[in-house]
Design a protein around this ligand. Structure first.
Ligand SMILES: O=C(O)[C@H](O)COP(=O)(O)O
Length: 212
């Protein structure tokens, strides 16, 4: 039996395009984002969803809430849908990052680049030298979640509210696209990308639907 996944990027917030928010707390939807989330919930009301899952971050849960409410469902928070751990870059303005060689590498070589650690590791720590989460690790996380959710929900139609890079990683996994090509397609705020899963694997039905 097939399981349909509606991969939804959270709606707009006021720091979009100026701050690399990552997992920082307190990033909530503004007026525009709430209007986008309501419009998205209205569009999705034509679908019979069986579950609405969300990243733990506020911007995702606030996007998921009106979608779930319209369907008479509760939002289930799933840590597997969380944003990539961007370590020391979380909360930095994009203008601060420009010119940083590690940031340039992150943008051109996602297959092996890794954000820097948020805090220097203690001296002698076995984690010395480790950083944030690589996109490959995030892809493993979302791919495992899709497989787990598919097995638990045969015939289900699940909305998963997450983040741009997580959705790109999921689509790249389904398409067999190298992560270095992450910028070859767009995942906009409040957009929907549809992936169908079966015993045979994953099939991409659409990408970035409903983008403004
Ligand atoms: O701010 C970030 O973390 C990224 O630039 C975009 O991620 P998002 O999908 O959570 O906005």
């Amino acid at each position: 039996m097939e399981t349909v996944f509606f991969l939804i990027r959270h709606a707009s917030h006021d720091r979009l395009g100026s701050v690399l928010c990552g997992r920082m707390a307190g990033v909530t939807l503004g007026d525009r984002g709430r209007a986008e989330a309501d419009a998205l919930a209205q569009r999705l009301s034509a679908q019979r969803l069986s579950a609405v899952l969300s990243s733990p971050l506020e911007r995702a849960q606030e996007t998921a809430a009106p979608i779930a409410a319209r369907q008479g469902l509760a939002v289930t928070v799933d840590p597997a849908l969380n944003e990539i751990d961007l370590g020391a870059w979380s909360g930095k303005r994009f203008e601060e990052l420009h010119g940083d060689p590690a940031w340039e590498l992150w943008n051109r070589a996602r297959t092996h680049a890794r954000p820097p650690a948020a805090l220097p590791p203690p001296a002698g720590s076995p984690t010395a030298g480790s950083g944030g989460e690589s996109m490959a690790e995030a892809q493993t996380r979302i791919a495992a979640a899709l497989d787990r959710l598919r097995r638990a929900n045969p015939g289900g139609r699940l909305a998963l509210v997450s983040h741009a890079d997580l959705i790109k990683a999921a689509l790249a996994h389904a398409l067999g696209l190298p992560l270095d090509f992450h910028s070859r397609f767009e995942i906009s705020p409040a957009s929907v990308s549809v992936v169908v899963a079966g015993d045979w694997g994953l099939k991409v039905h659409s990408i970035n639907e409903g983008a403004a």
